[in-house]
Write a protein that binds this ligand. Structure first.
Ligand code: AMP
Length: 477
Protein backbone atom coordinates (compact mmCIF):
# COMPACT_ATOMS: atom_id res chain seq x y z
CA UNK A 1 0.00 0.00 0.00
CA UNK A 2 1.47 3.40 -0.89
CA UNK A 3 2.31 5.55 2.05
CA UNK A 4 0.49 8.84 2.11
CA UNK A 5 2.77 10.44 4.65
CA UNK A 6 5.47 12.61 3.20
CA UNK A 7 8.21 13.63 5.56
CA UNK A 8 8.82 17.38 5.33
CA UNK A 9 11.95 18.98 6.64
CA UNK A 10 11.28 20.67 9.96
CA UNK A 11 11.48 24.43 9.53
CA UNK A 12 13.19 26.65 11.99
CA UNK A 13 10.83 28.46 14.37
CA UNK A 14 7.68 28.14 12.27
CA UNK A 15 4.40 28.21 14.19
CA UNK A 16 2.36 25.95 11.91
CA UNK A 17 2.71 22.28 11.28
CA UNK A 18 3.43 21.84 7.59
CA UNK A 19 4.39 24.00 4.67
CA UNK A 20 1.98 23.58 1.81
CA UNK A 21 1.15 27.04 0.48
CA UNK A 22 3.55 27.96 -2.25
CA UNK A 23 4.17 31.46 -0.93
CA UNK A 24 4.10 32.13 2.78
CA UNK A 25 3.47 35.60 4.14
CA UNK A 26 5.79 36.72 6.90
CA UNK A 27 3.92 37.09 10.18
CA UNK A 28 4.20 39.89 12.70
CA UNK A 29 6.73 37.93 14.70
CA UNK A 30 8.82 37.54 11.60
CA UNK A 31 8.21 33.79 11.43
CA UNK A 32 6.65 32.10 8.43
CA UNK A 33 2.91 31.71 8.87
CA UNK A 34 0.83 29.72 6.41
CA UNK A 35 -2.82 30.29 5.63
CA UNK A 36 -3.46 26.64 4.87
CA UNK A 37 -1.99 23.34 5.95
CA UNK A 38 -2.71 19.99 4.44
CA UNK A 39 -4.39 17.13 6.25
CA UNK A 40 -1.89 14.27 6.31
CA UNK A 41 -4.31 11.58 5.32
CA UNK A 42 -6.41 13.20 2.63
CA UNK A 43 -3.97 15.71 1.23
CA UNK A 44 -6.78 18.23 1.14
CA UNK A 45 -6.03 21.81 2.07
CA UNK A 46 -7.51 22.59 5.49
CA UNK A 47 -8.83 26.12 5.77
CA UNK A 48 -7.91 27.76 9.02
CA UNK A 49 -10.69 30.12 10.00
CA UNK A 50 -10.06 33.14 12.17
CA UNK A 51 -13.55 32.94 13.69
CA UNK A 52 -14.05 31.63 17.21
CA UNK A 53 -14.13 27.86 16.85
CA UNK A 54 -17.58 26.34 17.27
CA UNK A 55 -18.76 22.90 18.32
CA UNK A 56 -19.14 20.48 15.44
CA UNK A 57 -22.71 19.53 14.61
CA UNK A 58 -23.88 16.57 16.67
CA UNK A 59 -21.18 17.04 19.33
CA UNK A 60 -21.72 18.35 22.83
CA UNK A 61 -19.82 19.80 25.74
CA UNK A 62 -20.82 18.40 29.09
CA UNK A 63 -20.68 21.40 31.37
CA UNK A 64 -20.24 21.36 35.16
CA UNK A 65 -23.98 21.91 35.71
CA UNK A 66 -24.71 18.66 33.86
CA UNK A 67 -22.21 16.53 35.72
CA UNK A 68 -24.56 15.39 38.45
CA UNK A 69 -26.51 13.39 35.84
CA UNK A 70 -23.33 11.86 34.46
CA UNK A 71 -22.08 11.03 37.94
CA UNK A 72 -25.39 9.34 38.64
CA UNK A 73 -25.15 7.11 35.56
CA UNK A 74 -21.47 6.33 36.09
CA UNK A 75 -21.96 5.53 39.76
CA UNK A 76 -25.03 3.41 39.12
CA UNK A 77 -23.22 1.66 36.28
CA UNK A 78 -20.39 0.80 38.63
CA UNK A 79 -22.74 -0.46 41.34
CA UNK A 80 -24.66 -2.60 38.85
CA UNK A 81 -21.44 -3.99 37.44
CA UNK A 82 -20.33 -4.95 40.92
CA UNK A 83 -23.72 -6.39 41.90
CA UNK A 84 -23.94 -8.56 38.78
CA UNK A 85 -20.27 -9.54 38.71
CA UNK A 86 -18.92 -7.52 35.75
CA UNK A 87 -15.35 -6.23 35.52
CA UNK A 88 -14.48 -2.98 33.82
CA UNK A 89 -12.75 -2.84 30.46
CA UNK A 90 -11.56 0.38 28.79
CA UNK A 91 -11.12 0.17 25.06
CA UNK A 92 -9.59 2.48 22.47
CA UNK A 93 -11.83 4.91 20.62
CA UNK A 94 -10.09 4.14 17.33
CA UNK A 95 -9.86 0.69 15.75
CA UNK A 96 -9.12 -0.84 12.37
CA UNK A 97 -12.07 -0.06 10.11
CA UNK A 98 -12.25 -3.71 9.11
CA UNK A 99 -13.12 -4.71 12.70
CA UNK A 100 -16.44 -2.89 12.40
CA UNK A 101 -17.13 -3.93 8.82
CA UNK A 102 -16.64 -7.58 9.74
CA UNK A 103 -18.69 -7.43 12.91
CA UNK A 104 -21.44 -4.83 12.54
CA UNK A 105 -21.87 -5.84 8.88
CA UNK A 106 -21.27 -4.18 5.53
CA UNK A 107 -24.88 -3.62 4.61
CA UNK A 108 -25.92 -1.95 7.85
CA UNK A 109 -26.70 1.76 8.25
CA UNK A 110 -23.81 2.13 10.69
CA UNK A 111 -21.21 0.91 8.21
CA UNK A 112 -22.90 2.19 5.10
CA UNK A 113 -23.63 5.74 6.22
CA UNK A 114 -22.44 6.53 9.70
CA UNK A 115 -18.77 5.66 10.19
CA UNK A 116 -16.13 8.25 10.98
CA UNK A 117 -13.39 6.57 8.96
CA UNK A 118 -10.11 8.00 7.83
CA UNK A 119 -6.68 6.99 6.72
CA UNK A 120 -4.06 7.43 9.40
CA UNK A 121 -0.56 8.69 8.73
CA UNK A 122 0.59 5.18 8.01
CA UNK A 123 -2.05 4.80 5.29
CA UNK A 124 -4.22 2.42 7.29
CA UNK A 125 -7.99 2.80 7.33
CA UNK A 126 -9.12 3.37 10.90
CA UNK A 127 -12.47 4.37 12.40
CA UNK A 128 -13.82 6.02 15.48
CA UNK A 129 -15.76 3.23 17.12
CA UNK A 130 -19.49 3.35 16.35
CA UNK A 131 -20.15 0.82 19.12
CA UNK A 132 -18.02 -1.19 21.53
CA UNK A 133 -19.10 -4.84 21.35
CA UNK A 134 -16.73 -5.43 18.43
CA UNK A 135 -13.85 -3.98 20.47
CA UNK A 136 -14.78 -6.09 23.51
CA UNK A 137 -14.65 -9.19 21.33
CA UNK A 138 -11.34 -8.14 19.79
CA UNK A 139 -9.88 -7.61 23.26
CA UNK A 140 -11.32 -10.93 24.46
CA UNK A 141 -9.51 -12.72 21.62
CA UNK A 142 -6.30 -10.62 21.75
CA UNK A 143 -5.83 -11.14 25.48
CA UNK A 144 -6.60 -14.83 25.50
CA UNK A 145 -9.68 -14.42 27.67
CA UNK A 146 -11.00 -17.57 25.99
CA UNK A 147 -8.71 -19.41 28.39
CA UNK A 148 -10.11 -17.82 31.53
CA UNK A 149 -12.91 -19.42 33.45
CA UNK A 150 -16.10 -18.73 31.47
CA UNK A 151 -18.24 -16.75 31.24
CA UNK A 152 -16.19 -13.57 31.24
CA UNK A 153 -18.32 -10.60 32.28
CA UNK A 154 -17.11 -7.18 31.17
CA UNK A 155 -18.57 -3.69 31.25
CA UNK A 156 -17.57 -0.40 29.67
CA UNK A 157 -18.70 3.19 29.52
CA UNK A 158 -17.55 5.74 26.97
CA UNK A 159 -18.11 7.63 23.77
CA UNK A 160 -19.21 6.16 20.44
CA UNK A 161 -19.25 8.00 17.12
CA UNK A 162 -21.82 7.80 14.34
CA UNK A 163 -22.21 10.27 11.51
CA UNK A 164 -25.99 10.28 11.83
CA UNK A 165 -28.38 13.21 11.28
CA UNK A 166 -28.27 15.06 14.60
CA UNK A 167 -31.51 15.79 16.43
CA UNK A 168 -32.83 15.67 19.96
CA UNK A 169 -31.42 12.52 21.56
CA UNK A 170 -29.29 11.68 18.54
CA UNK A 171 -25.73 12.87 18.46
CA UNK A 172 -22.62 12.14 16.45
CA UNK A 173 -20.71 11.51 19.65
CA UNK A 174 -22.74 9.81 22.34
CA UNK A 175 -21.96 7.53 25.26
CA UNK A 176 -22.92 3.98 25.96
CA UNK A 177 -22.78 1.95 29.13
CA UNK A 178 -22.44 -1.67 28.07
CA UNK A 179 -22.45 -5.08 29.70
CA UNK A 180 -21.16 -8.16 27.90
CA UNK A 181 -21.11 -11.82 28.96
CA UNK A 182 -18.77 -13.89 26.82
CA UNK A 183 -18.21 -17.61 26.77
CA UNK A 184 -21.53 -19.18 27.74
CA UNK A 185 -24.64 -20.04 25.75
CA UNK A 186 -27.08 -20.55 28.61
CA UNK A 187 -30.36 -18.62 28.14
CA UNK A 188 -30.30 -17.59 31.78
CA UNK A 189 -27.55 -15.14 30.77
CA UNK A 190 -29.76 -13.49 28.14
CA UNK A 191 -32.32 -13.13 30.90
CA UNK A 192 -29.77 -11.72 33.33
CA UNK A 193 -28.64 -9.06 30.85
CA UNK A 194 -32.28 -8.05 30.34
CA UNK A 195 -33.01 -8.08 34.07
CA UNK A 196 -29.96 -5.91 34.71
CA UNK A 197 -31.00 -3.40 32.01
CA UNK A 198 -34.56 -3.29 33.29
CA UNK A 199 -33.49 -2.79 36.90
CA UNK A 200 -30.97 -0.13 35.92
CA UNK A 201 -33.72 2.09 34.57
CA UNK A 202 -36.11 1.15 37.35
CA UNK A 203 -33.61 2.32 39.95
CA UNK A 204 -33.02 5.52 38.01
CA UNK A 205 -36.74 6.20 38.27
CA UNK A 206 -37.36 5.67 34.55
CA UNK A 207 -40.04 3.07 33.83
CA UNK A 208 -39.25 1.05 30.71
CA UNK A 209 -40.74 -1.58 28.43
CA UNK A 210 -38.63 -4.44 27.18
CA UNK A 211 -39.31 -5.36 23.57
CA UNK A 212 -37.98 -8.80 22.73
CA UNK A 213 -37.66 -11.11 19.75
CA UNK A 214 -35.50 -13.94 18.51
CA UNK A 215 -33.86 -13.66 15.10
CA UNK A 216 -32.60 -17.25 15.21
CA UNK A 217 -29.31 -18.50 13.89
CA UNK A 218 -27.95 -18.32 10.32
CA UNK A 219 -29.42 -21.78 9.69
CA UNK A 220 -33.04 -20.95 10.51
CA UNK A 221 -32.70 -17.47 9.05
CA UNK A 222 -31.81 -18.93 5.62
CA UNK A 223 -35.30 -20.23 4.89
CA UNK A 224 -36.95 -17.33 6.70
CA UNK A 225 -35.14 -14.79 4.51
CA UNK A 226 -36.46 -16.52 1.38
CA UNK A 227 -40.00 -16.23 2.74
CA UNK A 228 -39.43 -12.62 3.69
CA UNK A 229 -38.08 -11.63 0.30
CA UNK A 230 -40.94 -13.41 -1.47
CA UNK A 231 -43.44 -11.53 0.68
CA UNK A 232 -41.90 -8.07 0.22
CA UNK A 233 -41.30 -8.61 -3.50
CA UNK A 234 -45.05 -8.67 -4.01
CA UNK A 235 -45.20 -5.15 -2.50
CA UNK A 236 -41.93 -3.84 -3.89
CA UNK A 237 -43.46 -0.79 -5.61
CA UNK A 238 -44.80 0.48 -2.27
CA UNK A 239 -41.55 0.12 -0.36
CA UNK A 240 -39.35 3.14 0.37
CA UNK A 241 -36.13 3.49 -1.58
CA UNK A 242 -33.97 2.15 1.27
CA UNK A 243 -36.17 -0.92 1.62
CA UNK A 244 -36.01 -1.63 -2.08
CA UNK A 245 -32.25 -1.88 -1.62
CA UNK A 246 -32.65 -3.94 1.56
CA UNK A 247 -34.58 -6.57 -0.39
CA UNK A 248 -31.31 -7.79 -1.81
CA UNK A 249 -28.78 -6.45 0.70
CA UNK A 250 -30.26 -6.95 4.16
CA UNK A 251 -33.83 -8.33 4.03
CA UNK A 252 -34.19 -8.64 7.84
CA UNK A 253 -33.98 -4.88 8.14
CA UNK A 254 -37.12 -4.52 6.01
CA UNK A 255 -38.98 -5.37 9.18
CA UNK A 256 -37.93 -2.39 11.23
CA UNK A 257 -38.14 0.36 8.63
CA UNK A 258 -39.66 3.52 10.11
CA UNK A 259 -41.53 4.63 6.97
CA UNK A 260 -45.28 4.50 7.48
CA UNK A 261 -45.96 2.54 4.30
CA UNK A 262 -43.21 0.00 5.01
CA UNK A 263 -44.45 -0.36 8.57
CA UNK A 264 -47.94 -1.20 7.35
CA UNK A 265 -46.54 -3.73 4.89
CA UNK A 266 -44.47 -5.30 7.69
CA UNK A 267 -47.56 -5.98 9.78
CA UNK A 268 -48.44 -8.98 7.60
CA UNK A 269 -44.89 -10.14 6.92
CA UNK A 270 -43.92 -13.70 7.89
CA UNK A 271 -42.65 -13.81 11.47
CA UNK A 272 -39.25 -15.30 12.31
CA UNK A 273 -40.54 -17.09 15.40
CA UNK A 274 -42.46 -19.39 13.05
CA UNK A 275 -39.20 -20.36 11.34
CA UNK A 276 -36.92 -20.89 14.30
CA UNK A 277 -35.10 -24.21 14.49
CA UNK A 278 -35.70 -26.31 17.60
CA UNK A 279 -32.56 -25.10 19.34
CA UNK A 280 -33.34 -21.43 18.76
CA UNK A 281 -36.99 -21.92 19.70
CA UNK A 282 -36.07 -23.69 22.97
CA UNK A 283 -33.54 -21.03 23.78
CA UNK A 284 -36.10 -18.27 23.27
CA UNK A 285 -38.75 -20.03 25.35
CA UNK A 286 -36.26 -20.48 28.18
CA UNK A 287 -35.28 -16.79 28.12
CA UNK A 288 -38.94 -15.81 28.38
CA UNK A 289 -39.52 -18.31 31.19
CA UNK A 290 -36.63 -16.82 33.18
CA UNK A 291 -38.05 -13.34 32.68
CA UNK A 292 -41.48 -14.56 33.77
CA UNK A 293 -39.91 -16.14 36.82
CA UNK A 294 -38.90 -12.80 38.25
CA UNK A 295 -41.77 -10.93 36.64
CA UNK A 296 -39.87 -8.70 34.26
CA UNK A 297 -42.52 -7.30 31.94
CA UNK A 298 -41.80 -7.62 28.22
CA UNK A 299 -43.55 -7.36 24.87
CA UNK A 300 -42.90 -9.80 22.06
CA UNK A 301 -42.09 -7.75 19.00
CA UNK A 302 -41.81 -9.85 15.83
CA UNK A 303 -40.48 -6.87 13.85
CA UNK A 304 -37.54 -6.24 16.16
CA UNK A 305 -34.31 -7.19 14.38
CA UNK A 306 -31.78 -4.51 15.51
CA UNK A 307 -29.46 -2.83 13.08
CA UNK A 308 -26.30 -4.86 13.50
CA UNK A 309 -25.43 -8.05 11.65
CA UNK A 310 -23.77 -9.91 14.48
CA UNK A 311 -26.90 -10.72 16.46
CA UNK A 312 -28.19 -14.27 16.77
CA UNK A 313 -31.17 -15.60 18.74
CA UNK A 314 -32.32 -13.12 21.40
CA UNK A 315 -32.57 -9.44 20.53
CA UNK A 316 -34.16 -6.83 22.74
CA UNK A 317 -34.70 -3.13 23.04
CA UNK A 318 -35.38 -0.95 26.05
CA UNK A 319 -38.07 1.63 25.37
CA UNK A 320 -39.48 4.20 27.76
CA UNK A 321 -42.79 2.95 29.16
CA UNK A 322 -45.29 4.80 26.96
CA UNK A 323 -48.40 3.76 25.19
CA UNK A 324 -47.56 1.14 22.57
CA UNK A 325 -48.64 3.40 19.72
CA UNK A 326 -46.40 6.19 21.00
CA UNK A 327 -43.51 3.77 21.22
CA UNK A 328 -44.06 2.48 17.72
CA UNK A 329 -43.99 5.96 16.31
CA UNK A 330 -40.79 6.97 17.97
CA UNK A 331 -39.13 3.57 18.33
CA UNK A 332 -35.68 4.15 16.94
CA UNK A 333 -35.12 7.54 18.44
CA UNK A 334 -36.68 6.69 21.74
CA UNK A 335 -34.72 3.60 22.37
CA UNK A 336 -32.87 3.85 25.67
CA UNK A 337 -30.78 0.79 25.02
CA UNK A 338 -30.69 -2.59 23.45
CA UNK A 339 -28.78 -5.75 23.01
CA UNK A 340 -28.85 -9.39 22.28
CA UNK A 341 -26.91 -12.56 21.72
CA UNK A 342 -23.97 -12.73 19.29
CA UNK A 343 -22.91 -16.36 19.26
CA UNK A 344 -20.90 -16.22 16.02
CA UNK A 345 -18.98 -13.00 16.40
CA UNK A 346 -15.95 -14.31 18.27
CA UNK A 347 -15.40 -17.03 15.68
CA UNK A 348 -16.03 -14.57 12.86
CA UNK A 349 -13.20 -12.40 14.20
CA UNK A 350 -10.80 -15.32 14.43
CA UNK A 351 -11.43 -16.72 17.90
CA UNK A 352 -12.62 -20.14 18.98
CA UNK A 353 -16.40 -20.55 18.49
CA UNK A 354 -17.71 -18.82 21.63
CA UNK A 355 -21.22 -17.66 22.42
CA UNK A 356 -21.90 -14.27 24.01
CA UNK A 357 -24.67 -11.88 24.96
CA UNK A 358 -24.72 -8.20 25.85
CA UNK A 359 -26.54 -4.90 26.17
CA UNK A 360 -25.73 -1.25 25.80
CA UNK A 361 -27.51 1.68 27.34
CA UNK A 362 -27.55 5.12 25.75
CA UNK A 363 -26.28 7.50 28.43
CA UNK A 364 -27.54 10.74 26.83
CA UNK A 365 -30.96 9.18 26.23
CA UNK A 366 -31.13 8.02 29.85
CA UNK A 367 -30.23 11.52 31.04
CA UNK A 368 -32.82 13.14 28.75
CA UNK A 369 -35.44 10.85 30.24
CA UNK A 370 -34.36 11.56 33.81
CA UNK A 371 -34.74 15.28 33.12
CA UNK A 372 -38.03 14.87 31.31
CA UNK A 373 -39.46 12.90 34.23
CA UNK A 374 -37.97 15.40 36.67
CA UNK A 375 -36.31 12.65 38.63
CA UNK A 376 -34.63 14.19 41.65
CA UNK A 377 -30.87 13.90 41.34
CA UNK A 378 -28.71 14.50 44.35
CA UNK A 379 -26.55 17.59 44.19
CA UNK A 380 -22.92 17.30 45.22
CA UNK A 381 -22.54 17.73 48.99
CA UNK A 382 -21.67 21.27 50.02
CA UNK A 383 -18.19 21.79 51.44
CA UNK A 384 -17.98 22.30 55.21
CA UNK A 385 -15.43 25.07 55.60
CA UNK A 386 -14.40 28.19 53.70
CA UNK A 387 -11.07 29.78 54.46
CA UNK A 388 -10.92 33.57 54.05
CA UNK A 389 -7.71 35.55 54.27
CA UNK A 390 -6.82 39.22 54.52
CA UNK A 391 -3.36 40.49 53.55
CA UNK A 392 -0.32 38.89 51.95
CA UNK A 393 1.06 37.19 55.05
CA UNK A 394 -2.35 35.71 55.88
CA UNK A 395 -2.70 34.50 52.29
CA UNK A 396 0.55 32.60 52.63
CA UNK A 397 -0.42 31.11 55.96
CA UNK A 398 -3.90 30.13 54.81
CA UNK A 399 -2.42 28.37 51.79
CA UNK A 400 -0.58 26.03 54.16
CA UNK A 401 -3.55 25.75 56.53
CA UNK A 402 -5.76 24.73 53.59
CA UNK A 403 -3.45 21.76 52.94
CA UNK A 404 -3.50 20.78 56.61
CA UNK A 405 -7.29 20.80 56.68
CA UNK A 406 -7.45 18.83 53.44
CA UNK A 407 -5.08 16.21 54.90
CA UNK A 408 -7.47 15.83 57.81
CA UNK A 409 -10.29 14.96 55.39
CA UNK A 410 -12.19 18.21 55.97
CA UNK A 411 -14.14 19.41 52.92
CA UNK A 412 -12.70 22.88 52.50
CA UNK A 413 -12.94 25.60 49.83
CA UNK A 414 -11.18 28.90 49.27
CA UNK A 415 -10.96 31.91 47.06
CA UNK A 416 -7.29 32.72 47.44
CA UNK A 417 -7.20 35.21 44.59
CA UNK A 418 -9.71 37.49 46.36
CA UNK A 419 -8.61 40.08 48.91
CA UNK A 420 -11.71 41.69 50.42
CA UNK A 421 -13.57 39.97 53.25
CA UNK A 422 -17.02 40.78 51.89
CA UNK A 423 -16.40 39.18 48.51
CA UNK A 424 -15.01 36.08 50.22
CA UNK A 425 -17.97 35.80 52.59
CA UNK A 426 -20.35 36.15 49.63
CA UNK A 427 -18.67 33.17 47.96
CA UNK A 428 -18.77 31.19 51.22
CA UNK A 429 -22.49 31.90 51.47
CA UNK A 430 -23.10 30.82 47.89
CA UNK A 431 -21.26 27.57 48.47
CA UNK A 432 -23.39 26.86 51.53
CA UNK A 433 -20.53 26.11 53.93
CA UNK A 434 -21.23 25.69 57.63
CA UNK A 435 -18.24 27.68 58.87
CA UNK A 436 -15.79 30.24 57.54
CA UNK A 437 -12.33 30.55 59.00
CA UNK A 438 -10.96 34.08 58.80
CA UNK A 439 -7.27 34.78 58.99
CA UNK A 440 -6.10 38.45 59.05
CA UNK A 441 -3.14 40.49 60.30
CA UNK A 442 -4.47 40.58 63.86
CA UNK A 443 -5.08 36.84 64.01
CA UNK A 444 -1.63 36.17 62.58
CA UNK A 445 -0.02 38.29 65.26
CA UNK A 446 -2.05 36.67 68.05
CA UNK A 447 -1.80 33.13 66.65
CA UNK A 448 -5.56 32.84 66.53
CA UNK A 449 -8.19 32.39 63.83
CA UNK A 450 -11.79 33.56 63.62
CA UNK A 451 -14.45 30.89 63.30
CA UNK A 452 -17.66 32.24 61.81
CA UNK A 453 -20.86 30.22 62.01
CA UNK A 454 -22.45 31.00 58.65
CA UNK A 455 -25.96 30.31 59.78
CA UNK A 456 -26.16 32.71 62.72
CA UNK A 457 -23.19 34.92 61.78
CA UNK A 458 -21.65 34.45 65.25
CA UNK A 459 -17.85 34.75 65.29
CA UNK A 460 -15.45 33.39 67.89
CA UNK A 461 -11.73 33.62 68.23
CA UNK A 462 -9.99 30.29 68.60
CA UNK A 463 -6.37 29.34 69.13
CA UNK A 464 -4.75 28.66 65.74
CA UNK A 465 -2.99 25.52 66.98
CA UNK A 466 -6.22 24.06 68.29
CA UNK A 467 -8.30 25.07 65.27
CA UNK A 468 -8.28 21.69 63.49
CA UNK A 469 -9.35 19.82 66.60
CA UNK A 470 -12.12 22.34 67.26
CA UNK A 471 -13.40 22.25 63.67
CA UNK A 472 -13.45 18.47 63.63
CA UNK A 473 -15.39 18.46 66.88
CA UNK A 474 -17.98 20.85 65.49
CA UNK A 475 -18.32 18.88 62.25
CA UNK A 476 -18.68 15.65 64.20
CA UNK A 477 -15.60 14.14 62.51
P1 AMP B 1 -27.24 0.52 19.31
O1 AMP B 1 -25.77 0.35 19.52
O2 AMP B 1 -27.59 1.16 18.00
O3 AMP B 1 -28.02 -0.68 19.62
O4 AMP B 1 -27.69 1.61 20.39
C1 AMP B 1 -27.82 1.35 21.75
C2 AMP B 1 -28.32 2.60 22.42
O5 AMP B 1 -27.40 3.68 22.24
C3 AMP B 1 -29.61 3.13 21.81
O6 AMP B 1 -30.71 2.47 22.36
C4 AMP B 1 -29.56 4.59 22.21
O7 AMP B 1 -29.99 4.75 23.54
C5 AMP B 1 -28.10 4.91 22.13
N1 AMP B 1 -27.75 5.56 20.85
C6 AMP B 1 -27.54 4.96 19.66
N2 AMP B 1 -27.24 5.87 18.71
C7 AMP B 1 -27.26 7.07 19.32
C8 AMP B 1 -27.02 8.42 18.89
N3 AMP B 1 -26.68 8.70 17.62
N4 AMP B 1 -27.13 9.41 19.80
C9 AMP B 1 -27.47 9.15 21.09
N5 AMP B 1 -27.69 7.91 21.56
C10 AMP B 1 -27.60 6.88 20.70
Amino acid sequence: MPRTTKKTKPKKKTTTAKKTAPKAKPSKEGTTRKAVVKSESQKQPVKISKKTPQLLRGFKDILPGEQKYWDLIREKGEIFAYDYGFERIDLPFVEETSLFIRSVGKETDIIDKEMFSFEDRGGESVSLRPEATASVVRAYINHGMLNLSQPVKLYYIGPMFRYDRPQSGRYRQFNQLGFEILGDIHPVLDAQIIILSYNFFKELGVPVNIQINSIGCPECRKEYKVQLINYYKTQKADLCEDCQGRLTKNPLRLLDCKHEKCKTISEDAPQIVDWLCDECKNHFVKVLEFLDEIEIPYNLDPTLVRGLDYYTKTVFEILPALQDSENNNKKAQNSLGGGGRYDNLIELLGGRPTPAVGASIGVERAILKIKELEVEVQEKESPDIFIAQLGEAAKRKSLAFYEELRDEGIKIVESFSKDGLKSQLDIANKLGVKYTLILGQKELAEETILLRDMEGGVQETINYNKAIKEIKKRLGL
